[in-house]
Design a protein around this ligand. Sequence first.
Ligand SMILES: Cc1cc2nc3c(=O)[nH]c(=O)nc-3n(C[C@H](O)[C@H](O)[C@H](O)COP(=O)(O)OP(=O)(O)OC[C@H]3O[C@@H](n4cnc5c(N)ncnc54)[C@H](O)[C@@H]3O)c2cc1C
Length: 451
Amino acid sequence: MKNNDVSIIGAGLIGSLLGIYLSKKGLNVSIYEKRPDLREQQYAPAGRSINMALSDRGWKALDKIGLRELVEPYVIPMYGRRIHDEHGATTFLSYGKENQAIYSISRGKFNHVLVDEAEKHGTKMCFSHICEEISIADTTLKVVLPDGTKEDRETDVVIGADGAYSSLRDAMQRQTRLNYKQEYISHGYKELTIPATKEGEFVMDPNALHIWPRGEFMLIALPNPDHSFTCTLFLPFEGEKVCFDKINDEADLESVFRTYFDDAFSLMPDLAKEYFDNPTSSLINVECYPWLANKSMLIGDACHAMVPFFGQGMNCGFEDCFILDGLIEKYGTTSWELVFEKFQKVRKSDTDAISEMARNNFTEMRDSVANPRFIIRKKIEARLHELYPTEWIPLYTMVTFSDMKYEDAYAQGRLQDEVMDKVMEDPMILQNWQQVDYAAIISQIETARMV
Ligand SMILES: Cc1cc2nc3c(=O)[nH]c(=O)nc-3n(C[C@H](O)[C@H](O)[C@H](O)COP(=O)(O)OP(=O)(O)OC[C@H]3O[C@@H](n4cnc5c(N)ncnc54)[C@H](O)[C@@H]3O)c2cc1C
């Protein structure tokens, strides 16, 4: 049937999930992926496996096509943040209500599961195929095959799920009037590990996301099913204080870890090897518009790569697939241009909002969570939500445990922040927070919403 040949560039998390969605619709889907088949190697190249926090929006996209049961065996629930201070003492801060959790899953393993499933539903997986050029006007791909020869492939539709350094986006920039903005933040990241004990047990609470917030930098750790933790160290690349540029040998590394992450240091027998073997990766924010040209469109990180501090990049990309699928159901595939137009219209303001919230959340994760005022503020907000569940929903809850539009969540969050800033002005708030007049706070937020 005409209009049924869909080529997706990129078999990352978003491309492979989209492959499943579209194949289940009976479309002829081919995915071109420049890397070799990830199922034939270790789950991910060393130092680049990174765990994902899967939350409600991601689950909703998996549920729509019946994938929950397939994914569940690989996840570990994290009910809150466990904050480690410099002396090794820890504080637990719930993410939401009892039983509300985000779920740790290895990116490599997750990708493996999704690629298998895409293939099962008929998606043609073309690994080691590089999309070198895309002609937007006649929807043709120039593909470099595994043997190095090149071939032109005609297709009805091209969807670029090819990540932050998207080739389709490059082609759109050159061939159409696409605006593009990218920004590297000052920090990079490196993956490290906290292994299980000799007996194969977890060495820390497995049902939490562990954070060592140290102001300008931080370490985090997420649990794995083999009872190890995958850690990510976020540091500035350069600067006067602790930064990647100033850690040049084992002595520098040990001094930083003993000073700032002493309790973690004692749990990381392979720290030096991993630190010096694993790559230091950068963090980028990408914005562009429009996301479509003719019958080509961008999705996932290709059009909205964001920094990882709200744990939403993948969840947001999965939500993209869910929404695109709904639009295909509504408008059919006779006019992909219409579907794509509707998609970018409904989605752009939301992805701008979550990108901005992700940037703002960096300060919260690396700095504020260690501050007693912040902890009290979160406790007051949690109590407000308990007493007035529909009138006051903390921003984190709106983003992570609901599917309300990111744009609306952000707007609500800012109003609530203004009200909470006033509440926190009370010089005795740390002592008196239990006696706060919750009804008065609710009436303030209701007034703010009416203005
Ligand atoms: C440190 C870190 C932690 C994160 N934590 C979280 C989290 O907890 N929760 C969350 O929701 N998100 C998180 N994210 C974000 C998440 O990883 C991304 O949003 C998500 O992986 C994007 O998937 P994607 O498929 O759009 O892009 P990618 O994963 O980048 O996949 C793109 C694919 O396209 C392929 N490709 C590129 N160009 C071509 C070409 N020319 N031809 C063929 N193939 C090509 C690439 O090889 C790649 O496989 C995190 C990100 C980082 C960096």
